[in-house]
Design a protein. Structure first.
Length: 243
C-alpha cells in the first residue's frame, strides 16, 4: 500500500503542476488581452481628442457664418421664431450640424442676428445724422434714415421686430445695442425734455417713436407712390409729440 502510494505521488504532483501552469497561461493571456483592450481604448480616446483639436483649430469661415445669419433672418421674417435649425440649415444649403459649429445653441444664433441687425440699423442712422445742425434737423435725418432702412430691408425689419420682443434675447445683447445707440437715444431724450413727454420714462418715449416709425413704414411699403409724403407727415407728427 505504501509502495503504491509512493509510486502515484509524482504523477499527482505533475498533474497539479500542469494545471497550475495552464491556469497561469490563461491568466497571462487574459491579462494580455485586457492590456491590449486598454491600449486600444486609450488610442481611440487620444485619436478622438486629436481630431477634435484639429477641428477646433480649423479657422471658421466668415462666409459660412454670414450665410447662416442671412438664412435665419429670412426664415424668422417669414415663419417667426419657431423656425427650426434644421430648416435654417436647409435654407442655407448646409448640414444641420454646421449651424452648431458656428452657434452653440439656437439662442446664441438669435442673439447674433439681433446684435448684427441692431448694429447695422444704428450705424446707418448715425451716419445720416449731421453733427452741425439743430435738434429738429438732426431728428429729421434720423427719421428719414430709420424709415428708409425699414422700407428697403423688409425682412430684416420683420426679423428684428420679432427678436426685439423675444425673451431669447439676453440682457447683455440688449445693453450692447443700447450703448451703441446712445447718441440717437440722447437726441430723442433732449427733444422730449421740452414737450408733454418730458416726465415719461425714456424707454417709453423710444417705444412710442418706434411705434410711429413702424406705422409709417407700413404705409410707405403699401403705398410707394406716397412714401415721401408719408415720411414727412410721420415726422411732423413725431415732432409735435416730442417737442
Amino acid at each position: 500500500m505504501n509502495r503504491t502510494s509512493h509510486q502515484r505521488s509524482p504523477a499527482g504532483a505533475s498533474d497539479r503542476s500542469g494545471s497550475m501552469e495552464r491556469l497561469l497561461a490563461i491568466l497571462r493571456s487574459a491579462q494580455k488581452a485586457l492590456d491590449n483592450e486598454r491600449l486600444n481604448s486609450h488610442l481611440m480616446i487620444s485619436t478622438k481628442i486629436w481630431m477634435q483639436s484639429k477641428r477646433m483649430a480649423r479657422p471658421l469661415s466668415d462666409d459660412r457664418r454670414n450665410t447662416i445669419i442671412i438664412a435665419a433672418t429670412e426664415l424668422i421674417a417669414e415663419r417667426g421664431l419657431g423656425t427650426s435649425t434644421a430648416d435654417i440649415a436647409k435654407h442655407a444649403g448646409i448640414s444641420n450640424g454646421s449651424v452648431f459649429t458656428y452657434f452653440e445653441t439656437k439662442t446664441d444664433l438669435f442673439n447674433a442676428i439681433y446684435s448684427e441687425l441692431k448694429e447695422e440699423l444704428i450705424a446707418t442712422v448715425l451716419a445720416a445724422i449731421p453733427s452741425d445742425q439743430d435738434e429738429k434737423s438732426q431728428l429729421r435725418y434720423f427719421w428719414s434714415a430709420r424709415t428708409h432702412w425699414g422700407v428697403t430691408n423688409p425682412q430684416k425689419r420683420k426679423a428684428l421686430a420679432q427678436l426685439h420682443v423675444s425673451d431669447k434675447i439676453t440682457v447683455v445683447s440688449r445693453q450692447a445695442a443700447t450703448v451703441s445707440a446712445a447718441p440717437i437715444l440722447n437726441l430723442i431724450a433732449q427733444v422730449a425734455m421740452r414737450g408733454t413727454l418730458r416726465a415719461a420714462p425714456p424707454s417709453y418715449v423710444v417705444e412710442l417713436v418706434e411705434g410711429m416709425a413702424g406705422t409709417t413704414m407700413d404705409f410707405m411699403i403699401a403705398n410707394p407712390a406716397m412714401a415721401e409724403e408719408a415720411s414727412q407727415a410721420g415726422f411732423d407728427a413725431l415732432w409735435r409729440m416730442l417737442a
